[in-house]
Design a protein around this ligand. Structure first.
Ligand SMILES: CCCCCCCCCC/C=C\C/C=C/C(=O)SCCNC(=O)CCNC(=O)[C@H](O)C(C)(C)COP(=O)(O)OP(=O)(O)OC[C@H]1O[C@@H](n2cnc3c(N)ncnc32)[C@H](O)[C@@H]1OP(=O)(O)O
Ligand code: FAD
Length: 627
């Protein structure tokens, strides 16, 4: 109810207005509104905030830069920089991606050369492709960066390390000497974020600015490794784990709320010619578009909770020096981020399109969501690259499964029990345990299939790296299959252990079955090819899905209402709680800047001569048409 937090209509603002407004609102919320325990904003307001604010600033400052200080800094460095960053007295970003490289980190070109005489690092972008490009909050906001650069001592390269680099003056906010920095320009989304470019030329920083939890450089230039160097990639794992809830589950839930509510209001066409026009939600085709996406919200939410717990447990172990869980966590987080962002972004577009013409209007609130979700397929690890990382781990585990009993998320690779499906009715295929087994079997076969193909190629003389490249599509499919069995399996377990009313558990179980069956029916080629289902059972799987659509239709609006988004959060003429779609659309359009005058003078000047000629002809004064 705080008017300072109410959204102005984003679609009627310029990019610079949105950038400025997001910064005002973010600082107001985080520094004025929210109670805090040290850095952490606490209380129910924080949860509301994560749902409420459509456009944050300082996402990277808060979500990446500060956690990196904690992950890569020594206690002294944390004591120095954390309080400043936590209180926004320095604004930072995570500057890793370059103009020439984003996925292949070993190809990064920015270098930090140790100057022993002055005990400093000299930072350089040796050529244009080395310029940092994309980091959020970097173009106009940040005055510091956590710069990921190649450490060089006496001509020897030591790989990517993290350096704290000040880029703007703390009084004037002007770029410091040797720093060229700015905004990279208009993007598909994230209009309020100043993703930036950063060109560094002979910028000197003290030796103490190398974040030294995992390695350090002594004054004489001696390099000391202090831990598992893979932890240098830890920031990316943490963001991948956390972004699923924030940037995939939440936006998809908003999109589904809008589309389902609108579909319950929008009447278009007839089912029974003798009856009145129906709400489009009564069309099974519409249910088939919307309800599996609603189910995805819940299943992705449950799986993400499990992954967050796994990351938390791993973090506690790392504090004790045990990094043994890192390979599995990296593979799972990379795969989950890639597969759920792929599903989420596609799902948001499916439900947008299901709203017809008004779904194409920014007044629906849907284009904002769709465009923003598209970015999740690219940032924090481009999806293909992440799926291949996941597949790399699965192939290794499949080899190990031949001699060891595996545990964790890959346990099923060493399960050699009979997994044939005995389903005789579509009801059998709605059973959670049957659906879990089907997904495990499909994943196991997909991993083994990809591995076998590569082994055969290598046996026939193909170099391993070429076999890997040529089988990439199979490997990506194996990664997707692995994640799907993880999502279905964790969701079934989560729901079974949930203490809630029987009616709620029934709905959640139906949604879980719908999610699993929709995945089976969308990938039935795999399920038949790997002998998981017969062709007749595939028919039953389709019947099972259609039956669930029918069962869930009466509760569809109630289910999305349970996400509890206010109208101010949704900012949607189609998804407002009162369902007054047409009045809201008309009111919204009238507020558009284009309508602030009845005649648009700038364009009228071009039209005027022709209109006056037309007027004269119609009033009998003018010459006949030139044509
Ligand atoms: C307040 C809450 C906030 C919540 C968050 C909300 C976020 C909101 C939205 C934010 C918006 C934008 C943020 C975006 C930020 C960015 O995009 S930051 C930049 C992200 N960039 C990347 O992800 C780069 C991807 N590339 C890589 O990670 C590596 O290049 C790649 C892994 C692809 C290859 O690594 P290499 O070392 O070259 O080679 P490889 O041989 O494949 O791997 C070697 C070895 O290392 C293991 N490995 C790789 N990565 C990791 C890792 N991250 N952790 C652990 N281990 C890793 C790999 O498995 C291999 O192991 P093996 O045993 O030899 O098999
Ligand atoms: C909105 C947004 C915010 C961002 N914020 C930040 C930030 O704050 N900090 C930061 O450092 N970066 C940030 N980034 C950059 C982001 O991390 C990179 O864009 C991302 O890692 C992808 O790398 P790339 O752009 O080099 O794509 P590329 O890797 O060049 O991708 C191009 C194509 O090559 C393919 N490809 C690449 N490598 C392989 C491979 N090994 N095998 C098969 N195919 C391959 C990809 O699949 C893709 O199809 C942001 C990006 C966006 C869009």
């Amino acid at each position: 109810n705080d008017t300072s937090m109410q959204h102005r209509n984003l679609n009627h603002m310029t990019r610079e207005e949105r950038f400025s407004e997001a910064m005002r609102r973010t600082l107001y919320a985080l520094k004025v509104l929210l109670p805090r325990e040290g850095w952490t904003p606490v209380g129910p307001e924080m949860k509301y905030l994560a749902r409420a604010i459509k456009e944050f600033t300082f996402i990277i400052h808060a979500g990446v830069f500060i956690p990196c200080i904690m992950s890569y800094g020594t206690n002294e460095q944390i004591a120095k920089w954390f309080p400043l960053a936590a209180d926004f007295r320095i604004i930072g970003t995570y500057a890793q991606t370059e103009l020439g490289h984003g996925s292949f980190l070993r190809g990064l070109e920015t270098i930090a050369t140790y100057d022993r005489a002055n005990q400093e690092f000299i930072i350089n972008c040796p050529k244009i492709t080395a310029m940092k490009w994309w980091p959020g909050d970097m173009g106009k906001s940040a005055n510091h960066v956590l710069l990921m650069a190649e450490l060089v001592i006496d001509g020897k390269k030591y790989g990517m390390h993290g350096f704290m680099v000040q880029i703007r003056d703390l009084t004037t906010h002007e770029p410091l000497p040797g720093v060229t920095v700015g905004d990279i320009g208009a993007k598909l989304s994230f209009e309020s974020v100043d993703n930036g470019f950063l060109y560094l030329q002979n910028v000197r920083i003290p030796r103490e600015n190398l974040l030294s939890k995992l390695s350090e450089v002594h004054p004489d230039g001696t390099y000391i490794k202090k831990g598992n160097q893979r932890l240098m990639y830890g920031s990316m794992v943490r963001v991948r784990v956390n972004l699923i809830a924030h940037e995939i589950v939440m936006p998809l839930a908003k999109a589904c709320t809008i589309a389902v509510r609108y579909s319950a209001v929008r009447r278009q066409g007839l089912i029974n010619p003798s009856k009145e026009e129906v709400p489009v939600l009564d069309y099974v085709a519409q249910q088939h578009k919307l309800l599996p996406q609603v189910a995805t919200v819940f299943m992705a939410h449950f799986a993400a909770k499990q992954l967050v717990k796994m990351h938390h447990d791993y973090s506690l172990e790392v504090e004790k020096g045990n990094t043994s869980q890192l390979p599995e966590l990296h593979a799972l987080s990379a795969g989950m981020k890639a597969c759920l962002s792929e599903q989420g972004a596609a799902g948001a577009e499916i439900v947008r399109r299901a709203c017809g013409g008004h779904g194409y209007s920014c007044g629906s609130g849907l284009p904002f969501i769709v465009n923003r979700m598209l970015a999740t397929c690219t940032y924090e690890g481009e999806n293909t690259v992440m799926q291949l990382q996941c597949a790399r781990y699965l192939i290794k585990c499949a080899d190990q499964a031949k001699k060891d009993k595996l545990t964790g998320s890959v346990w099923y690779l060493s399960d050699f029990s009979n997994m044939s499906c005995t389903a005789q009715t579509f009801g059998d295929l709605q059973e959670p345990s049957v659906l879990v087994k089907l997904h495990e079997r499909r994943a196991k076969c997909a991993v083994q299939h990809a591995g076998k193909k590569m082994q055969n190629m290598v046996k026939n003389g193909t170099p391993a790296h070429d076999a890997w490249n040529m089988m990439a599509t199979l490997l990506i499919n194996a990664a997707r299959a692995h994640i799907m069995q993880y999502v279905v399996g964790t969701s079934v377990t989560y729901i079974s252990e949930l203490s809630c009313s029987a009616s709620l558990k029934k709905i959640l179980t139906q949604l879980c079955a719908l999610y699993a069956l929709h995945n089976i029916n969308s990938n039935c080629g795999d399920f038949v090819k790997f002998g998981c289902l017969t062709s007749a059972q595939c028919d039953l799987a389709q019947e099972a899905e259609f039956n669930l659509l029918k069962q869930l239709r009466p509760d569809a609006v109630g289910i999305v209402d349970s996400f509890d988004f206010t109208d101010d959060i949704l900012q949607s003429c189609l998804g407002a709680y009162d369902g007054n779609v047409y009045e809201r659309l008309f009111e919204w359009a009238k507020q558009a800047p284009m309508n602030k005058t009845e005649v648009h003078q700038d364009s009228y000047q071009y039209l005027q001569p022709y209109l006056h000629e037309g007027r004269d002809v119609l009033e009998g004064r003018g010459r006949n048409s030139k044509l």
